[in-house]
Write a protein that binds this ligand. Structure first.
Ligand SMILES: [Zn+2]
Ligand SMILES: [Zn+2]
Length: 195
């Protein structure tokens, strides 16, 4: 199951996401470029245990990145950092290197220049995002990502119990506060208010 062509991935992405759009194509291109830079020929198959992907937005592109990389939240191979950026970092666990790609702000402008004859913006961008070079679409940067054993798929996590809410917490996500073991919610990161 080596890397597929863009059009093969487009069919898979449309099925997985429910529609095909410019964001999906951008995500597919980003993931294909990322795994190629890492030298992974078969990210969703033979190389699947080597790859962890961080995504920085929860949009159409995110689902497309999953299609190419095979990295999924439920497998702990997809990490979501909500930075609101069309960006992703592809980490090769075996060779311990990682590359972060960001969609360039100029890509929409490039799409307008490339296909002024297409009035519909989504169609215009879909077409352009198939045709533009990786360099036109993305800025890339080699980075170091700190991943502990508790961050990796397959980690056998002892469960601890929060001293305040008594929820169980896995993967060393608990925090020590004034001598008490707390979950992150009780330690101040709660995103909800009990009614
Ligand atoms: Zn979409
Ligand atoms: Zn708690």
């Amino acid at each position: 199951m080596p890397l597929k062509t863009l059009s093969e991935y487009e069919a898979l992405a449309a099925a997985a996401h429910g529609h095909l759009c410019a964001g999906q194509i951008l995500g597919l291109r980003m993931a294909m470029h990322g795994v190629r830079l890492l030298g992974l020929d078969d990210p969703a198959g033979a190389d699947r245990k080597r790859l962890v992907t961080f995504v920085e937005i929860d949009r159409c592109a995110t689902d497309a990145i999953s299609v190419v990389t095979g990295c999924r939240l439920g497998k702990r191979a997809l990490k979501f950092r909500d930075f609101g950026k069309v960006a992703a970092t592809f980490c090769d666990l075996r060779d311990q290197r990682a590359v972060r790609l960001v969609a360039r702000e100029t890509s929409r402008q490039r799409a307008r220049e490339l296909h002024p004859e297409i009035a519909d913006k989504n169609q215009q961008q879909m077409r352009a995002y198939r045709e533009l070079s990786d360099q036109d679409l993305f800025d890339e940067q080699w980075v170091r990502v700190r991943l502990g054993p508790e961050d990796l798929p397959g980690y056998k996590a002892p469960r601890v119990v929060c001293a305040a809410c008594v929820d169980g917490v896995k993967f060393k996500r608990e925090v020590l506060r004034d001598g008490r073991v707390l979950c992150r919610a009780c330690a101040g990161e709660r995103y909800y208010e009990p009614l």
